[in-house]
Design a protein around this ligand. Sequence first.
Ligand code: 5CA
Length: 437
Amino acid sequence: MRLSRYFMPTIKETPSEAQIASHRLMLRAGMIRQSSAGIYSWLPTGFRVLKRIEQIVREEMNAAGCHEMLMPTIQPADLWRESGRYDDYGPEMLRIKDRHDRDMLYGPTNEEQITEIFRNAVKSYRDLPRNLYHIQWKFRDEIRPRFGIMRGREFYMKDAYSFDIDYASAKRSYNKMFVSYLRVFARMGLKAVPMAAESGPIGGDLSHEFVILADTGESAVYCHRALLERDVLGSKIDFESNLEPIVADWTSHYAATDDKHDPDNCPVAPGDLVTARGIEVGHIFYSDTKYSDAMNCRVDTPDGQSVAVHSGSYGIGVSRLVGAIIEASHDDDGIIWPESVAPFAVGLIDLKPSDDACAAACDDLYGKLVAAGLEVLHDDTDDRAGAKFAAMDLIGLPWQLIVGPRGVKEGKVELKRRATGEREELSIEAAISKLTG
Ligand code: 5CA
């Protein structure tokens, strides 16, 4: 992508409305623009990151045996009257009337919608268990939308829904999501800690929040050091095996948010206790038969009985993750993207596009890197070198490849690692093989 033809409206000044780093940096890097309170447009660079995060979530959900589908954003109120949540949800629900004066709403979540689909389609224990998910925009008319896309009114969520014949089977479905979530966040370079949580308006009695640690997180969290020292991605998971030992092991260590932590009765020795700030990026719930009872979602058992289906819901804040990753990974100069979610892998900086040899070297490098499968942002603008470096640091691509007329004469380029600031001078061939190797 040539920067001279791209759309990335960066801002030098610190936007006054932004209170936290991720919000500031997303505005400055030209990733998002506010439309109205808590509602944002995603500009090309922000959209690229959002899609990469979504894809990691999708791959891990599929690996855990879930099936992707898509439900609408607008739902009929009658479905929510069946579950009783139309009144319970209160002013956070955006209520709409259509031209026929029918009550509709912009979905804050989809338990009712999926239960309706499931109850009409499934009649027998043979069709269980199933886990269905979608990645779709949600709307919650938050009283205080803040911190940019971290607490938005419109936000992008992955929500999965499991259906099982009994508690034992539902717990297996829950365990799959528990383990899958650990992998999702680890792939994004995040340390996510599962913490026992209240289930709130979703209902049910088994629930964990997944909280990532970041200095600027909304709430204080406390956990045992052991929870942060695990190699989550090292071992391959067979999702059909018994995952209970893994879940039991994780949940055996202390982890609590501010409202649950009692310093006087904390079971962890001070040397093992990590105190940090946290951001909730995922939340899983076992809902028992709450929705199935209310909405008559039943199946026949092998011995001819009819039973209510046990269900679970599992959310990941896909758009919130964009901000959460920035909170966990930035410095004074800008964002530091983990490779797995970066909008481009390499920023190719042409220090003098008016120099024919320099421009030709950049075109050649660009072609070779793209041919090797890398996404490259090629800064071919006439800006000053200092401004180019500052913009590249701000948008935080993992690698910067700096090409100047003097170096090109000697067949040399400079490669900078954004995360460490390390720079090295290399031959053009060595730089290509380092980036593509
Ligand atoms: N129905 C369940 C799970 S499918 C549910 O809605 N859970 S939730 O309320 O906990 O939301 C799931 C995730 O969405 C949260 O963990 C959080 O990461 C994200 N989220 C919730 N509210 C917002 C918001 N206002 N802005 C951005 N992300 C949000």
